[in-house]
Design a protein around this ligand. Structure first.
Ligand code: FAD
Length: 448
């Protein structure tokens, strides 16, 4: 009898397996495809490896004004892909070793839930006191009006499998995946159009962030259409609901993911697009838990791994889970980075709040790096930070600093007593904190 049977070895499943094993629990982990799940094999890591190459190629354009000459730079996408594949394989190998070193039994195969305490895989039945479903999500297949070949439409999985990049691409959706690919492809000098149904790019971000990214997209010649979607496709001609029509080589659909659920027998696990869970991630079936993308609470790798350690704690000794959706960091990679957490201005409409926006251009480090695009925006209520929205160099790391303050409940005044190294981008956090009291040293004096 295993203490926990875990289905899916993505960030949710493998993290839960290792933590449970660290606590001395006996664990069996089922994976039907690749250890590391979507994140390692089709998401976070492969895209970042390709983005890294795109970023380097873009950086070369800045070399001359930094006094460096490079003649006729070019790239070979097959070599870029090779490095990406090798990176993923290397991590997958060490991850598999890590899991087995913990004495966790890995079953390579599809798992089915036979009862609240039994899992079947490869014809073998495993008795488990608790079951964790960590089966993640997959991209939806879209069918548009009109006639076109199947390979004209790409999902986020398909685009990773291309051997050459399209010269001209249309991306449907401007969330993290859409914007990241827009930046990758523009980095490689490809023509990119982005179609977004909402009135701003990155609809989940604070409007000031979205508007800044719109300006940057315009400057980088990324075409975008807001408040519209694809109406129909005829061969390679896309027509939008606003009547605009254009030819394109491929369409990347970067919206809509649906959950992967294991087969179950004689039990009903309530779902409503995602698996329904309570605050301890327990499903409608007692003893069966669902964590990560599959519960739809927050479809990010770090949310999956955080839920994993919490649910194991709950299974071990009943410690209640406390996943705070308001303190989840969201990051969109590329140049400049975009990162945010907590409340946006539009969430605070009926609340008295303070706002501070510090421009990256005010930082010596940003000027020295010739990387002055962006800002750090903080929102506070009753001396506590309730939202942080950053565009600019090292935004992901800066956000993490702010998240520490938010998690520890630091007052904005206390946080300004911390000494920040000079010259760093972190100094911008101090400036933004001081700006909440009108005391930012390196911001323009407000005219009276
Ligand atoms: C292109 C892209 C880029 C992304 N970039 C980021 C990023 O930069 N940062 C970030 O935080 N998030 C990112 N994400 C999201 C992130 O990948 C997911 O939030 C994360 O992988 C969810 O983890 P999970 O463990 O819940 O599910 P998954 O990672 O999807 O893992 C689920 C696993 O379960 C297995 N499985 C499913 N059914 C069964 C079954 N019946 N039996 C056995 N095994 C089964 C699957 O094969 C899979 O390996 C990205 C996603 C995509 C698509």
């Amino acid at each position: 009898m295993f203490d926990i049977g875990i289905i899916g070895a993505g960030p949710a499943g493998y993290t839960a397996a290792i933590r449970a094993s660290q606590y001395g629990l006996k664990v069996v982990l089922f994976e039907k495809e690749f250890n590391g799940g979507t994140c390692l094999n089709k998401g976070c890591i492969p895209t970042k490896a390709i983005l890294h190459s795109a970023h380097l190629f873009e950086e070369i354009k800045q070399f001359p004004k930094n006094g460096i000459t490079v003649e006729n730079p070019s790239f070979d996408y097959s070599l870029i892909k090779q490095r990406e594949v090798k990176t993923v394989e290397k991590i997958r190998k060490s991850l598999t070793k890590l899991i087995t070193d913990y004495g966790i039994r890995i079953v390579e195969g599809e798992a089915e839930i036979k009862s609240p305490t039994a899992i079947l895989s490869n014809g073998e039945k495993f008795e488990c006191a608790n079951i964790i479903i960590a089966t993640g999500s997959k991209p939806n297949k879209f069918k548009f009006n009109g006639n076109y070949s199947d390979d004209f439409i790409l999902t986020s999985d398909d685009i990773l499998n291309l051997e050459t990049l399209p010269e001209d691409i249309t991306i449907l959706g401007s969330g993290a995946i859409g914007v990241e690919w827009a930046r990758i492809l523009t980095g490689f000098n490809k023509k990119v159009r982005v179609i977004e149904l909402a009135q701003n790019l990155i609809p989940l971000a604070d409007t000031e962030v979205s508007e800044r990214i719109e300006r940057i997209f315009k400057r980088n010649k990324i075409e975008f259409y807001l408040g519209t979607t694809i109406d129909k496709i005829e061969n390679t001609t896309v027509t939008l609901t606003n009547g605009v029509s254009f030819e394109t080589e491929k369409v990347l659909v970067a919206i809509g993911r649906s959950i992967s659920l294991p087969k179950t027998e004689n039990l009903t696990i309530e779902t409503e697009k995602f698996v329904k869970v309570d605050s301890n991630f327990e499903t409608s079936q007692k003893g069966i838990f669902a964590i990560g993308d599959v519960n739809g609470v927050s479809m990010l790798a770090h949310s999956a791994s955080n839920q994993a350690v919490q649910v194991v704690e709950y299974i071990k000794d009943g410690t209640p889970c406390s996943f705070n959706k308001d303190l989840v960091p969201s990051v969109i990679y590329g140049s400049p980075e975009i990162a945010w957490t907590g409340k946006r201005e539009k969430d605070l409409e009926n609340i008295k709040y303070k706002k501070s926006v510090f421009l990256m251009a005010g930082l010596g480090k940003a000027q020295a790096d010739d990387n002055i695009e962006g800002f750090i925006k903080l929102l506070s209520v009753d001396e506590k930070i309730v939202g942080a929205h950053i565009v600019g160099g090292e935004a992901s790391a800066l956000l993490q600093e702010i998240l520490i303050l938010m998690n520890l409940g630091a007052t904005t005044k206390d946080a300004t007593k911390i000494i920040y190294a000079h010259p760093t981008y972190s100094e911008g956090v101090l400036e933004a904190l001081e700006g909440l009291e009108g005391l930012s040293i390196n911001s323009p004096k407000v005219k009276e």
